[in-house]
Ligand binder design. Structure first.
Ligand code: F3S
Length: 275
């Protein structure tokens, strides 16, 4: 099987930075999974003894705790500091930006609209910085049920969201409100990987998307690939490959989510080339 890699794929700046930080704090723990990739989390545990806390209550005095790329809610951060834990912040700077925007605009009495997934840790974190009226929408139609407290609206987006949908939401807001402050907080790393996946999926017979199944960024790549190539599959590692997918196909395209390490991608490439 011929393999073609997307022109841009895999680890982004924020994830590379967080891993480097974690590697420099042996015997520490992360608050929630550092990134959305179980294999890389296992590697950090095995090679650097970087553990994982899922509950704030489990953190003990003098622990070294690393904040993950998606950030954590403001009150959780405060609680961590009160526990006398050593807090190392590996929140991606592109996630810190919407947190600070929401804080500032909220203090200036803007109603806040976040385009994102309410249950996503990044959105929970960003939302926590609002001091007043704040809403989260996943799609344009969600706006119908929202009543803003103020006539000034400020909006930010989850870093991994599709820009086309954000534009629709922003257009709608402008038509209905007197003042709208729009902040484009969608991350360029996501655009680059998405554009490259879109192009490649038009050229190949089968697309393999490698990444965490709970990673919003990877799921997005998969849905973009499916638009152009019905034979698009999302896998976490080479063990999930199924030889039947490749029957009667010649060229396989490969892309990977922003939290997927190169060594996992290479293992998948090697395996597919053997088919
Ligand atoms: Fe940061 Fe963008 Fe990556 S927000 S974690 S650089 S996808």
């Amino acid at each position: 099987m011929k393999v073609k890699l997307a022109s841009s794929y895999g680890f982004c700046f924020g994830v590379k930075r967080a891993i480097k930080i974690a590697e420099s704090y042996e015997n520490s723990s992360t608050m929630g999974p550092l990134i959305h990739n179980q294999n890389e989390i296992n590697r950090l545990k095995n090679d650097y003894n970087v553990g994982l806390y899922n509950e704030l209550g489990d953190v003990k005095e003098n622990d070294t705790v690393i904040i993950r790329t998606h950030g954590i809610p403001k009150n959780d951060l405060k609680e961590l500091k009160q526990k006398d834990a050593k807090v190392i912040n590996a929140t991606c700077p592109f996630v810190t930006t919407p947190q600070q925007i929401v804080k500032k605009m909220s203090q200036e009495q803007y109603s806040i609209l976040i385009f994102g997934d309410e249950e996503h840790p990044e959105v929970k974190g960003v939302k926590s910085y609002a001091t007043d009226d704040v809403h989260v929408v996943q799609q344009l139609s969600d706006l119908n049920t929202i009543h803003f407290k103020y006539d000034k609206i400020a909006t930010v987006a989850q870093t991994t969201k599709k820009k086309e949908i954000y534009l629709d939401i922003v257009n709608h807001l402008i038509l209905k409100n007197k003042e709208v402050r729009v902040f484009n907080t969608i991350c360029d790393a996501t655009f680059e990987n998405q554009d490259a996946a879109r192009e490649l999926s038009k050229e190949v017979d089968i697309m393999i998307v490698i990444g965490g199944k709970n990673s919003s960024n990877t799921k997005q790549l998969h849905s973009i690939c499916l638009e152009n190539c019905a034979n698009s599959y999302l896998i976490e590692n080479k063990n999930e490959l199924d030889n039947n997918w490749f029957t009667n196909h010649e060229i396989c395209g490969i892309t990977a989510g922003a939290s997927t390490p190169d060594w996992i991608i290479q293992e998948v490439v090697d395996e597919i080339q053997k088919i």
